[in-house]
Ligand binder design. Structure first.
Ligand code: BES
Ligand code: MN
Ligand code: ZN
Length: 502
């Protein structure tokens, strides 16, 4: 895909399609105005005759306007004249991409960065445009044979038109960042979409090695079960007992900051298939538990973003990878294991495996002398009940860290919402036989899971993102979303001191 940012006049642009906005009551955007003038009022005539109003979600495609070099003009409704909200703008971009996908155009010029969006500048707008385009052309059909492969989107060239030459530098910055971020999102989506029989812990380790091979700034280390045992990772290894696939603890270290700055550590839950183990899950939608490694995928995607953009930050990505299956050696309800931290854990439910894997990774993270640690996990169905699919659950032992993650999510529109981590919730995890139980009751399930993790994140500033509701979509458009790579990438851009607005 070829992107560029250029100052161009809509009435001069030779492209198979150009896209311009119209506001409600047929108020024209600057580029629509230019087209109307150049076509001698023909644009407005057609808008009237097709009864387009300019309201949100409305589109109108016009071919061969007189004296306009572009073959086709796609008009998109922008709603009330004035600055749009961020969600309105994103919705408009999605509508445009749907229409362009259906029409099969190959090159398009978008006059959409000129539309005013509340509190956002040209950098943000171009970034949103490029990210939305990349999101809409993503396909996962590597496992379909040619015969059953659906039609590919044809768009190859996208020009983001800007209103003034002064916007070029910031616009291009937005484009470059968006391309880097989208490469990471694509990786996370691909790993998420791969089925459990291909995407095993060993496979993830190989993809991590590949990532390190293609970026000099990234080093990889993979621990096998023997090494994990030596480290005392009893709870992590309790999960892989029921599977033939050996667990892997993968560390990716990206060094982008010259200074010996303490790194941000990202930890991803990498359960490559979660059957529930002996506390087995019901059959309906169990296939979706191949997505239980989306936290890990987002960590690998974010490392890729940092490396491709060459961000001046130090970053460590840890992927705790295992299957959760009910083999004959599987752990059983009531079993007690000792974690690397020394705390013993009573496994009351083998389906609460994510926290067993993550707690050892959290202890392991201390050796990197982290500035902050963020774990990312498809941890609880309860989080899906609480927040649905629009926001990830955020938990933290540090208000500043929580604020910066929330802010990064807001800016990248990959949002999170904070939930409490009060001491009272810890009581649900009391065990009669071990230091802690791995489940509380039904109440506040996302919070008791986070509370369990917090017992292991005592040495540093820590946050936990429960992405169970946001990491993939079910139903007809089933597939991984790549979230929260955009949030995490923005978090790193902010840490790198990058300005959000010019
Ligand atoms: N991977 C699941 C969480 C999950 C379930 C994510 C459904 C998305 C959709 C996790 O390992 C799990 O099974 N959690 C249990 C915890 C319970 C046993 C306390 C859950 O949420 O039901
Ligand atoms: Mn589970
Ligand atoms: Zn799980």
């Amino acid at each position: 895909m070829d992107f560029s940012v250029n100052k161009i006049a809509a009435d001069k642009q030779r492209a198979s399609c150009i896209v311009v906005g119209i506001y409600e009551s047929r108020r024209l955007s600057p580029s629509a105005r230019a087209l109307d003038d150049a076509s001698g009022g023909e644009l407005m005539k057609l808008i009237r005759s097709f009864e387009m109003q300019g309201s949100t979600d409305e589109t109108l495609a016009l071919n061969n306007l007189p004296d306009i070099p572009a073959k086709r003009v796609l008009l998109v409704g922008c709603g009330k004249k004035g600055a749009m909200s961020v969600s309105q703008y994103r919705r408009l971009l999605t509508t445009v991409m749907e229409k362009l996908g259906e029409s099969g155009v190959k090159d398009v010029t978008l006059f959409l960065a000129e539309l005013a969006v509340k509190e956002q500048d040209v950098y943000w707008k171009v970034r949103q445009i490029v990210e939305t385009v990349r999101d809409s052309v993503y396909r996962f059909d590597q496992l379909k044979s040619a015969a059953s492969t659906p039609k590919q989107p044809k768009i190859r060239r996208v020009v983001c038109a800007i209103a003034s030459q002064r916007d070029k530098r910031r616009g291009e910055e937005g484009m470059r960042d968006a391309i880097g971020i989208s490469d990471g999102v694509d990786l996370a989506r691909e790993l998420g979409n791969l089925p459990g029989n291909i995407c095993t812990p060993t496979y993830l380790a190989n993809r991590a090695r590949q990532l390190a091979r293609s970026h000099k700034s990234v080093k990889v280390r993979v621990l096998g079960e023997a090494e994990m045992k030596r480290l005392g990772m009893g709870t992590l290894l309790s999960v892989s007992r029921g599977s033939q696939e050996p667990a892997r603890l993968i560390t990716l270290a990206y060094n982008g900051s010259r200074a010996k700055k303490r790194p941000a550590v990202l930890i991803g839950k990498g359960v490559t298939f979660d059957s529930g183990g002996i506390s087995i899950k019901p059959a309906a939608q169990m296939d979706e538990m191949k997505f239980d490694m989306c936290g890990a995928a987002s960590v690998m995607g974010t490392v890729k973003v940092a490396a491709s953009l060459g961000l001046p930050v130090n970053l460590v990505g840890i992927v705790a990878a295992t299957e959760n299956l009910p083999g004959s050696a599987a752990s059983k309800p009531g079993d007690i294991y000792t974690s690397m931290s020394g705390q013993s854990v009573e496994v009351l439910n083998t389906d609460a495996e994510g926290r067993l894997v993550l707690c050892d990774a959290l202890t392991y993270a201390s050796r990197f002398d982290p500035d902050v640690v963020v774990d990312i996990a498809t941890l609880t169905g309860a989080c899906v009940v609480a927040l649905g699919s629009h926001a990830a659950g955020l938990f933290s032992n540090n208000d500043r860290l929580a604020e910066s993650l929330l802010g990064a999510g807001e800016f990248s529109h990959d949002r999170a919402w904070r939930l409490p981590l009060w001491d009272e919730y810890a009581e649900a995890l009391k065990s009669n036989f071990a230091d802690v139980a791995n489940v509380g009751g039904r109440e506040g399930g996302a919070i008791t899971a986070a509370s369990f993790l917090s017992r292991f994140a005592t040495d540093y500033r820590w946050a936990h993102l429960d992405i169970a509701g946001v990491a993939w979509r079910g139903g007809k458009n089933k597939g991984a979303t790549g979230r929260p790579v955009r949030l995490l990438s923005q978090f790193l851009l902010d840490r790198a001191g990058r300005k959000r607005v010019s």
